[in-house]
Write a new protein. Structure first.
Lengths: 344, 344
DNA sequence: TTGAAAGCGCTACCAC
DNA sequence: GTGGTAGCGCTTTCAA
């Protein structure tokens, strides 16, 4: 809005952007005919010579239809909006994410990622609503309040789907049951005889939504077994790991679930440097089943997380769009299982 | 296009999406006034009571302006389109990416990521052009031909910026000089007395655009020094690494630049398992300076890559948009330096 | 088989 | 101060 907004006096050498009217003029037909030809409208028959003239004119001018005008006229779009606060990291997640995008594309949706870092929940929801997406799939890092959902639905979104750990009112909640990850890890440690179990909580921001439920899951698993669970804050650097390892024996820990394989590798190295034997004195288990964990000695035990297929999820989105009134679905997106190697 | 496209007979319980006309009706004013108030248009003075009535009406209806209609009217948008074929991996890249998005937002652009996996170059360019972005910043994974650039510019894009390894005609090319990475790595190996230098080439798809230039850079560095460079294809799994290590002595290699730290860790483990001492018999150097590399024994030498600030790049984009006629800028986005630890 | 025209939601001129 | 209204580019009904 800061620059001159009317027409385009600052458009230089390049001639103005061609519209369907330009194509019509060049082809010597009406705009209606142009539309029919370029959209292959079946309800109307256009002679082959006309079709060719229109196509050639469009080609010559480099005509590309204006999506905004089109969806304004149609009254709806097929845009699926994916708000992302942070680009998700990790091969597991990004693989899933690519599949998901690809599958939505195949279903003829336009997938648009909208980075919403540093906006408050409601403000962000308004920004998304301005784009009039047919569906919003929140990846969970971007927060979404009941109020935000209301705004989106009022502005025409036919499906709001949250893909995370929380369960927001009025949405289809696809839950990544992070608790299960902590649960299977802790169960494994308990069953192999550990009694004082640490659970690493990353201090890095943005991970709380995973680490919290994982800790809770671990607590659940320990309940009634006589084992205790101890939260262990840890920054992802060597200094922090060293400090934690130095206090290890004071805390009398004999097992640890280290949030994921990366934190596990960091901590395991620090423990070994401190002279604490793994798995003899302390068992260590990570999560994500990274290849790198297999390269350590001892090889790192881990929780493998099987994520639902992107294609499957895309179909869920499609169904939610087509039948907005079906009961909000709520389903778990991941399954967790222990892969025992040598560190536990 | 597949479903009934006119009006919205399938919109159920929820009343129709409110427009500025609805707000005007409820507030008892004209649509023009609504627009003035909600946009804080300074050229026109509206009485305070009227302003309040309009605001309350908008609030009550849950009115959110329609971005497509707005930009159609304005004749331009402030959308910056970021086509992404694959979600970029690695903390370095994603940090940069987040900064970049955030900075563009601050400059009042709407940042939209458009996943274009599985489209051919020209087809993708048309899809982007339909959205009429003011700028397109290609991350390099999505290919962009001279033809594609032409389409985008014809459809009103004021800046097309490629952020990658290639230099596409007609764009502002921000080059990530991957060659430098290979060059400093190889130089380091040569200077520390290595003569038969392997360069790992990942077999995973999508990495060629990095690995190719890195290999070339290594070749450049070796030139005239008497050292030879040997390309080593490697898949990111233990089997492939084991096979490569088994052939190691036949190839008479005494140093290797392993593409990045992850491949380096994989390979180093395989070499050690094969009884090849590192760095005694063979030096190993990776790239990216991952924390995990420091945890190995020997600690992994690496090439640290300093990426330009996202904010800086966002300003470049802004300038390119405001002055589309300035000479295409071409600048290097990264600087590389060797971090020598124990593996080389 | 083709054309004329209405109208999607919005903003910015020009009257009053 | 406020309202009427044209028109951005497109699709689709209705008429010819």
């Amino acid at each position: 809005m800061s620059q001159s907004t009317d027409q385009s006096p600052e458009r230089p050498a390049g001639r103005a952007v061609p519209t369907s009217a330009d194509v019509a003029r060049l082809a010597g037909v009406s705009r209606a005919t142009v539309s029919y030809v370029l959209n292959n409208t079946s309800a109307v028959r256009i002679s082959e010579p006309t079709r060719r003239r229109v196509r050639e004119a469009a080609e010559e001018l480099g005509y590309v239809p204006h999506a905004a005008a089109r969806s304004l006229r149609a009254g709806h779009s097929r845009m699926v909006l994916l708000p992302t606060a942070h680009v998700p990291v990790g091969p597991l997640y990004s693989q899933f994410f690519n599949d998901f995008q690809w599958a939505l594309r195949r279903l003829d949706y336009t997938v648009v990622q909208y980075g919403s870092v540093g906006m408050r929940a409601e403000e962000a929801a308004r920004a998304w609503a301005e784009l009039r997406p047919v569906a919003v799939v929140s990846l969970g890092e971007a927060e979404l309040t009941a109020q935000g959902v209301e705004i989106l639905k009022r502005s025409g979104a036919r499906a709001v789907i949250t893909l995370g750990t929380q369960n927001v009112e009025g949405t289809h909640a696809l839950v990544m049951e992070q608790g299960r990850v902590g649960e299977v890890a802790a169960t494994h440690l308990v069953e192999t005889g550990r009694r004082r179990i640490g659970v690493v909580i990353p201090e890095e921001p943005g991970l709380d939504m995973f680490s919290g439920p994982r800790l809770e899951g671990a607590r659940r698993a320990a309940e009634g077994t006589g084992a205790t669970v101890v939260p262990l804050p840890l920054r992802y650097d060597e200094e922090s790991a060293r400090a934690l390892a130095a206090r290890w024996r004071d805390q009398d820990l004999d097992g640890v679930f280290a949030y994921n394989d990366e934190y596990a590798m960091l901590l395991m190295r620090a423990l070994q440097d401190e002279g604490i034997s793994v798995p003899g004195e302390t068992a260590v288990i990570g999560a994500d089943d990274l290849l790198l964990g297999r390269l350590l000695r001892p090889r790192l035990s881990t929780v493998a997380i099987d994520m639902v297929l992107g294609r499957e999820l895309a179909e869920l989105v499609d169904r939610a769009v087509r039948e907005p009134d079906t009961a909000p679905l709520s389903r778990s997106l991941l399954d967790s299982r222990v892969v025992r190697r040598e560190s536990s």
